[in-house]
Design a protein around this ligand. Structure first.
Ligand code: F6R
Ligand code: ZN
Length: 187
């Protein structure tokens, strides 16, 4: 009997590039991130076309029990003094967790529970981040290189962005070339 070897999709660890799979791609630009950064006038002064992050996802089944795999490439930059970051979300199915793996660059993963308690984990090549259920998550690029992270999450998890309409309770800025974490003002 002939048993052909299936060639699975691959991730190039150094760059986070996904290959050999049917891929879905999405770019998020400055113009898409209304109300996300503390200084919205500063955001409006930047070119709306500028890409803040790209996400590539292996197109697999969203059925109950199946897993999605994707890579986020978050580019370096700031809006005013605030570092570029992803929009951030809870999963629509709140109990569903996720795992992030840092691939390159330096940054932070902001995690926040439903009571608004937040914590920050350092993201770097090789870091592993276990995001439990009921926990909102956002990547922040505090470095000068691209921050890339691989993620695996349940296909049924979904995204709930609206639940974070009041934002995360922490924000991360650069001040005198240092990373500064501040409690968000009541926004
Ligand atoms: C999936 C997940 C990531 C993010 C991506 C973009 O559950 O957490 O793939 O979707 O990092 O971030 P958002 O979705 O917050 O714009
Ligand atoms: Zn998620």
């Amino acid at each position: 009997m002939n048993h052909p070897f299936i060639q699975p999709p691959q991730v190039e660890w150094a760059s986070g590039a996904l290959t050999k799979g049917p891929l879905l791609r999405k770019s998020t630009r400055i113009r898409d991130l209304i109300g996300i950064f503390a200084d919205d006038p500063a955001r409006q002064r930047l070119a709306g076309e500028h890409v803040v992050y790209d996400v590539e996802i292996l197109a697999t089944s969203p059925a109950e029990g199946e897993l999605y795999t994707g890579v986020t490439h978050l580019y370096p930059g700031r809006v005013g003094d605030e570092y570029f970051m992803t929009r951030g979300h809870f999963h629509a199915r709140r109990e569903q967790g996720e795992v992030y793996f840092g691939l390159r660059g330096n940054g932070l993963l902001l995690l926040q529970n439903e009571q608004g308690q937040a914590r920050l984990e350092s993201v770097c090549a090789g870091s592993i981040h276990i995001i439990p259920g009921f926990t909102a998550h956002r990547l922040i690029n505090t470095g000068s290189e691209v921050l890339s992270a691989l993620a695996v999450w349940p296909g049924v998890a979904g995204h709930d962005y609206a639940a974070l309409a009041k934002g995360f309770t922490l924000r991360v800025f650069e001040e005198n070339q240092q990373i500064q974490v501040r409690e968000a003002q009541n926004e």
